[in-house]
Write a protein that binds this ligand. Structure first.
Ligand code: ZN
Length: 381
């Protein structure tokens, strides 16, 4: 297989994975997700039983791996599990492979003042060589007070090539007593030489019902609203929380109604509508002053969920698979006016627009073009 066909296949695999697993763009919200949800012990982490079971087993091995790569979408408990691992490894009174949460070691980690537990996060979306050099310097000494020093690198894919190569040297010649945990959405975005030196632990998106029940119970929102945000979260507690805590649901409904009306606009009016929406989204993304508190990326996520559901409805997949179950009847009715291939094209056009935004293209122009293209596809029966 040549390099071109390999990369093309990889791109297609990623696109289809995005279509069926989640509409959320991890790069846009992952920092919020990971910082918002901080849990403590293995037993406090929602789901991820397989990952927890595996980690509890390796902790009792005589020769425990020194490096781990936690992979999965943002907001499913990777960083929290790294903390739980650090606590369990150093707990003075562990119970069934889990930390007690009460001893001196546990309290230090929970209080954020443990000298042997470090978390590195990207600054300005990058983890630079200086951050890794500082880490490497600290690792050359034995742990200060704990049995194991645990270093967590969040969003390890954000390491610059120089930083990744510097960290690779540390992984190749680890000092005793140091445990490394890297978190990443997708291992393919990391240096293969780093991945091969880590024990991989996969974190799965949480089931919709689990997320909905948790959000409903902890945040006091209705079961119906909890089910909607759980469906849109793609299995991420962090993202579901983000959506449940502001006026997301009202805004979502407004933007869904608009995209649903788009096929009915005469071609001559589409240009004016595209311009108006683009201006509103632009204003909402910067100040929220004109009625839209959602930024461009959030609106695109909502539209992606809509076209994903239309595609599933057209393929007669059943409403249990819809993200927007509260619009089930409209989705089923509308889907009959589209060809499957045009729905798939529409989804990928929105995905492309989201990538354009990440590359800092002019958001108003991106939206204007997108609306016109979606309108054109909707008209081709
Ligand atoms: Zn303890």
């Amino acid at each position: 297989m040549n390099a071109l066909s390999w990369s093309t296949r990889l791109l297609m695999k990623r696109q289809w994975k995005r279509l069926f697993l989640s509409t959320s763009n991890p790069c846009l919200s992952r920092r919020k997700c990971e910082k918002r949800v901080v849990k403590v012990r293995f037993s406090d982490i929602l789901g991820q039983e397989k990952a927890q079971r595996f980690l509890r087993q390796v902790m009792v091995r005589e020769k425990m791996p020194h490096a781990y790569l936690f992979t999965g979408i943002p907001g499913v408990g990777k960083r929290s599990t790294a903390q739980a691992l650090a606590m369990a490894l150093n707990c003075l009174s562990p119970q069934d492979g889990d930390a007690c949460g009460l001893c001196g070691s546990c309290r230090k980690i929970l209080g954020g003042n443990a000298p042997d537990f470090h978390v590195i996060r990207p600054g300005s979306n990058k983890i630079g060589i200086d951050q890794i050099r500082e880490v490497n310097h600290g690792l050359s000494f034995a742990p200060l007070s704990a049995q194991y020093r645990v270093l967590v690198i969040c969003q390890a894919e954000a390491m610059t090539p120089e930083a990744a190569n510097a960290f690779l040297k540390t992984l190749e010649e680890p000092s005793p007593g140091n445990i490394f945990v890297l978190t990443a959405t997708e291992p393919l975005d990391l240096l293969p030489t780093i991945v091969s030196r880590c024990q991989k632990v996969s974190f799965q998106p949480l089931p919709r019902g689990v997320v909905a029940n948790w959000i409903s119970e902890k945040k006091g929102v209705s079961q119906k609203e909890a089910d909607i945000v759980a469906g849109l979260s793609g299995g991420s507690i962090g993202r579901a929380l983000e959506m449940a805590e502001n006026e997301f649901l009202e805004n979502r409904e407004r933007w869904l109604e608009r995209i649903a009306e788009l096929p009915g606009f005469p071609r001559t009016e589409a240009q004016g509508v595209a311009f108006k929406w683009a201006e509103e989204i632009k204003a909402g993304g910067t100040s929220g002053a004109q009625g839209s508190s959602l930024g461009p990326a959030a609106v695109l996520d909502i539209w992606k969920s809509w076209y994903r559901d239309l595609l599933l409805a057209r393929a007669k997949m059943g409403e249990h698979s819809f993200m927007n179950r509260d619009f089930s009847q409209s989705l089923k009715k509308m889907s009959m006016g589209f060809k499957i291939k045009n729905l798939a094209k529409s989804f990928f056009l929105i995905d492309r627009a989201a990538m354009d935004l990440m590359e800092n293209r002019n958001s108003a122009l991106v939206f204007e073009h997108l609306v016109l293209e979606l309108r054109a596809l909707a008209g081709r029966l």
